[in-house]
Design a protein around this ligand. Structure first.
Ligand code: HXC
Length: 541
């Protein structure tokens, strides 16, 4: 057939291509339709319910978290492989919804890449199915490959009941990745709704848990099961509200009044953190001079070691622009853990708080500080330690609770840490607490004392009671004075080189800034230190 026959073929071709275009159109329309469905999650009624109960939707939360226009969604159309019947009537909507109850992808926070997943409570209560576990695992794998933080927004009833072992296996896959990522990329969990079962264990494996004060709950088993199993009645708030987890259990690190406040806290927290281990945090420009002297520091701390003061005031005068983010402010407040910046360098600060329990180290304080030290060490953040500590908290409650075991965690964490460690003894460092709080002998790099600092095995009253048990009151007083004169000072530590120097309070910021500059390449060197060969260490957990 020659070209003369083309006219007949042309109309045929036209109709074929029309059909092709129509098919293409309908395929595109089908995809579009599914995308529209995915954007609606569990549908208008459930979205309205979510809003009415004061919560944002999974997508709205991501919209607030990520820089405008930066979100790239993955797996929007992934579905449960179950038939609606297999899912049961109550969650039939869940099984039909493309996306299957979780929104995943990546974007930027303040121009830096993060990977995200956001559980959608409007679809089967945000419960974790085989399909949506696959989506979460995919972003986790990508986050590890790209070396960027992972942020999980949790609002979920845990393993999807109808999927049985497949949802349990899905959670185990998520847990495995939480552990593999631990210490390599920062992992943040934002708890913005009721979370149970696996929805609390995955966050527990991450670095920071942030909760909504009004709507977030975390429990392994909810009030109904607790009541059925133990006859114990407790409301959701009493069992696992933000107040409990921020003050009592120590499960949560930060809390905000609503979803937006929690997301803003997460963004602030990220600004102090590196993208991954081995990568530095970008140094910020600051208009706060590195050599700023602060005369208020010379009179802020009472000379009498028994008089309390607020260590926050010392800390805020040392960091750039008086800005810091305290982590777990309401849990073990006798130990302050915070991120801040000195001369633009992001730092982790650990400080005793004389205003609470006289600054004694108790079980909760030791555990809180140990985990913070380990985080800072894993992610290369220099540690600044401000010391004013009378010792470990005495008493049967602490001894029976295992203060020996838990206190050992802090000893261990400080000793193994190879990041730059700068320590300032502000007023007193007594007993084992002297050793623990980043002493030179636990591989502190630069250790300074303020002029009136006291380093001793214990305070004057306790020492006199032991050394001169049977002395009269009058003799005791004389002995106390003699002990204070002979032992309660930093002179011996300075003479032996146990501390490096005296720093004047008003010049402490400059001392810290110089130290950070001096030690900026330290971690790399420290990694070359020869260690005995071993699979891993066995820290007291
Ligand atoms: C399937 C679920 C679900 C789940 C909730 N839904 N949890 N569907 N699997 N795990 C559904 C509900 O049926 C309901 O569907 C919708 O989500 C909203 O739930 P409500 O109960 O109406 O909401 P609310 O009153 O706010 O209560 C939220 C909740 C509660 C506290 C999370 O739903 C709850 O207790 N869920 C079960 C928690 C649990 O025990 N999970 C199993 C964990 S075991 P409809 O269609 O009626 O609206 C686990 C093991 C992991 O996770 C391994 C750990 C190591």
């Amino acid at each position: 057939e020659g070209p003369c026959n083309t006219s007949g073929n042309a109309s045929e071709t036209a109709s074929v291509s029309d059909a092709g275009a129509a098919a293409e159109f309908s395929a595109a329309r089908q995809v579009e339709r599914q995308e529209e469905l995915a954007l609606l999650g569990g549908g208008f009624a459930r979205i309205r319910h979510q809003h009415r109960s004061g919560k944002l939707t999974a997508r709205e939360r991501l919209h607030i978290l990520l820089d405008r226009g930066s979100f790239q969604e993955l797996d929007r159309l992934v579905r449960s492989r179950d038939s609606p019947a297999a899912q049961g009537r109550t969650t039939a909507r869940g099984s039909h919804v493309p996306g299957d109850g979780v929104v995943t992808g990546h974007g930027f926070v303040h121009g830096r890449t993060v990977f995200v997943y956001s559980q959608d409570f409007t679809v089967a209560g945000g419960s974790l199915s085989e399909a949506n576990a696959g989506k979460i695992c995919k972003v986790m794998d990508l986050a590890i490959q790209a070396g960027a933080p992972l942020i999980g927004i949790c609002d979920s009833g845990g393993a999807r009941i109808q999927e049985g072992v497949r949802s349990l296996a899905g959670y185990a896959e998520v847990f495995k990745r939480n552990v593999l990522a631990s210490g390599f990329i920062p992992q943040l969990s934002l708890i913005l709704g009721p979370c149970a079962g696996g929805a609390v264990y995955s966050p527990a494996l991450t670095d920071f848990v942030l909760m909504n004060r009004q709507h977030a709950h975390m429990f392994v088993t909810g009030p109904e099961v607790t009541s059925a199993a133990l006859g114990e009645r407790a409301t959701r708030d009493e069992l696992g509200g933000a107040a409990i987890h921020c003050r009592v259990s120590g499960v949560a690190h930060l809390a905000g009044d609503d979803d937006i406040a929690v997301i803003q806290l997460a963004k602030e927290l990220l600004s102090y953190l590196p993208q991954s281990a081995g990568v530095s945090v970008p140094r910020t420009c600051t208009d706060d001079p590195r050599d700023r002297e602060d005369p208020v520091l010379n009179r802020l701390v009472p000379a009498d070691p028994h008089i309390p003061y607020d260590m926050h005031h010392v800390l805020e005068r040392l960091v750039d622009r008086e800005e810091f983010l305290e982590i777990q402010p309401d849990f073990a407040p006798n130990m302050i853990t915070a991120f801040g910046r000195v001369d633009g360098h992001s730092v982790a600060v650990i400080a005793n708080q004389p205003q609470q329990l006289s600054g004694c180290i108790d079980i909760d304080a030791a555990v809180k500080a140990s985990r913070f030290v380990r985080f800072a060490d894993a992610f290369g953040l220099p540690i600044i330690t401000l010391v004013d500590v009378p010792g470990f908290l005495p008493g049967t409650q602490q001894e029976h609770g295992g203060i020996i075991r838990h206190g050992a965690k802090l000893l261990y964490a400080y000793t193994e840490a190879t990041v730059p460690k700068l320590t300032v003894i502000i007023r007193k460092a007594y007993g084992g607490a002297y050793c623990v709080m980043a002493s030179k002998q636990l591989r502190g790099d630069l250790n300074a004392v303020w002029p009136n600092a006291q380093i001793a095995v214990m305070g004057a009253a306790a020492a006199t009671q032991i050394l001169h048990r049977n002395a009269s009151e009058e003799t005791s007083e004389t002995q106390r004075r003699a002990y204070a004169r002979d032992y309660l000072h930093a002179l011996t530590a300075l003479e032996r080189g146990y501390v490096d120097c005296v720093v004047q309070p008003h010049k402490t910021r400059l001392w810290l800034a110089n130290g950070l500059m001096l030690l900026q390449h330290k971690q790399r060197e420290a990694l070359r230190e020869p260690w005995p060969p071993k699979k891993h260490d066995n820290m007291p957990l």
